[in-house]
Design a protein around this ligand. Structure first.
Ligand code: FAD
Length: 500
């Protein structure tokens, strides 16, 4: 790496900000990441309460297969050899209160057999599902940092599955669910709050989990964040914590303006040759830049695309070894769990982290319950205006969740020794994500996975990366958006792009 004398400031130390920082530092830029929180990770986060660590993000890490293209991309950023992967045997399971259970094994042969045994009336659709999963196992995403020509070998290889891909991209998971008559199979695909998701997203996840390319990582998302942060520091980059950016500084030009640095909440200004925002997209465009650099395309994105919901997470420290329980279970409830005035859930998902020894002492288990809601305003207002009621509501929801778990695992209530509740207001406070969204834009039949604009009209020396620039978000959106952004910056500066 040869220092090129230019400086980049990066707003946000989530996965995308860190990936952009490592790439830029490798290309000779002096990088400073400004993170408002006191640690890196953003949504890729876990927190410690007593003897327990509660994970919020990681279900699967796409790129765990050493032969896969995504693995190669991650390898440019950190040493994956040091990760401990866990191959989960089930994607999840659905259970009714009457004891009916639908397990979704990650192994496609087992999945097919078990579904056929359970729902022979849906045999035709089950076989089509299993065939789709098998055919999509080797599908490679085009590399967004390459042109169509650069992606030609990948596209040629993927050619036979493109019609399948196209047809599954055009249908929502909710509509795909209608192909089955079995009620639990339907419920699995209908996806509750996320039924608008394009069916391909769910089927690709099943394909990648089944082929060992989407395993869990011991230690959760922070086990991925930390080595990238360490790599950045080794390369000479810097992450500054407690540094909230309030404004992007602009120099006016004749044709276009240019970003020239940032102003922090305390008033300090930091000058730079480039500004990359890896923070929330809406706040970046409409607050840090005052909404000055928008056109109809950008406005249309932020006015009309569907977001991933926000969520409450009830985390429980359970003084019991729950190894005999499934890792992920969605319980179908006869009477809905009322999360907030607008949200009653008839299905709630639990993760029982017995498969991650980093999260609880021996003989104890960290358990989390995910409760999606789109009522961000309610939780934000309650926290701001009625702190006591906010606390009481958190307590009420936690009690309701423990009641549900108690029905499923009798006696568990008595051994719950830690209770923690995060609300959409917490998600916003710690990550700044618009409406507390868990993952940015929902990939729908309308959006596909096509990247969104990463530059803004009329503004030079500025780029956006991260989950707000590619529908579907997820950890892979870090390297997948950071790499092309830094490559474009290098090109404009006539600097060699040296990612390895
Ligand atoms: C419940 C849940 C489950 C998930 N499961 C998975 C999974 O299994 N696999 C997977 O790959 N992905 C998963 N994801 C998605 C994944 O966590 C996110 O898509 C990804 O972490 C987003 O990274 P990012 O860097 O784009 O944004 P963020 O993580 O939001 O990072 C943005 C950063 O910018 C900082 N920031 C914001 N504003 C400012 C400012 N003004 N000044 C300074 N700093 C600022 C924030 O503090 C934050 O650190 C899950 C997410 C959730 C919530």
């Amino acid at each position: 790496m040869n220092p090129n004398g230019k400086k980049i400031v990066i707003i946000g130390g989530g996965i995308a900000g860190l990936c952009a920082a490592v790439y830029a530092q490798k290309c000779g830029y002096q990088v400073e990441v400004l993170e408002m929180h006191d640690m890196a990770g953003g949504l890729a986060m876990s927190w410690r309460r007593g003897a327990y660590t509660f994970e919020t993000c990681l279900h699967w890490f796409f790129g765990s297969d050493p032969k896969g293209a995504m693995h190669a991309l991650w390898s440019e950023l950190f040493d994956l050899e040091k990760l401990t992967f866990v191959d989960l045997v089930e994607f999840g399971r659905l259970e009714t209160e009457d004891g009916d259970v639908l397990a979704i094994p990650t192994d496609v042969d087992r999945l097919e057999q078990e579904l056929l045994a359970r729902a022979p009336q849906d045999a035709k659709q089950i076989r089509r599902l299993a065939s789709a999963i098998r055919r999509l196992r080797g599908f490679k995403m085009p590399d967004p940092s390459k042109s169509w020509v650069g992606n030609a070998p990948t596209l040629l290889r993927d050619l036979p599955v493109l019609p399948l891909l196209r047809s599954l991209s055009r249908i929502t998971a909710r509509d795909y669910a209608q192909r089955f008559t079995d009620p639990l199979l339907r419920a699995f695909f209908a996806g509750g709050e996320m039924g608008g998701l394009s069916a391909i997203a769910l089927i690709l996840s099943l394909a990648w989990m089944g082929s060992g390319n989407a395993k869990y990582v011991t230690g959760g998302a922070q086990a991925i964040i930390r080595p990238i942060e360490e790599q950045l520091v080794r390369l000479g980059g810097r992450v500054r914590f407690g540094a909230k950016v309030d404004r992007i500084l602009i120099e006016s030009g004749v044709e276009n303006d240019a970003a020239v640095g940032v102003q922090l909440a305390g008033g300090e200004t930091i000058k730079a040759d480039w500004v990359i925002s890896a923070a929330d997209g809406h706040a970046t465009i409409y607050e840090l830049l005052g909404g000055k650099y928008v056109d109809a395309i950008i406005d249309n994105i932020y006015k009309t695309l569907e977001l991933f919901p926000s969520y409450l997470q009830v985390s429980l420290g359970v003084a019991l070894d729950l190894r005999d329980q499934p890792a992920t279970t969605t319980l179908m409830l006869k009477s809905p769990l009322q999360v907030d005035p607008d949200t009653g859930l008839s299905q709630v998902s639990f993760r029982i982290f017995h498969f991650d020894p980093a999260f609880a002492p021996a003989g104890k288990t960290a358990v989390t319950c995910f409760l999606p809601t789109r009522n961000f305003a309610y939780w934000a207002q309650l926290r701001a205006d009625h702190p006591e009621k906010y606390r009481a509501e958190k307590h009420r929801v936690a009690e309701a969740v423990i009641d549900v778990l108690e029905k499923r695992i009798p006696g568990v209530r008595a051994v719950v020794e830690v209770v923690d509740v995060a609300t959409p207001a917490s998600i916003f406070r710690y990550t700044g994500n618009w409406k507390g969204s868990m993952e940015g834009w929902l990939p729908t039949p309308r959006t596909g996975f096509k990247p969104l604009p990463t530059t803004l009209p009329g503004l030079r020396k500025f780029m956006m990366v991260g989950q707000w620039t590619i529908p579907g978000g997820g950890l892979p959106s870090g390297p997948m958006t950071a790499r092309p952004a830094v490559k474009a910056i290098c090109k404009e500066d006539h600097v060699a792009f040296t990612p390895r």
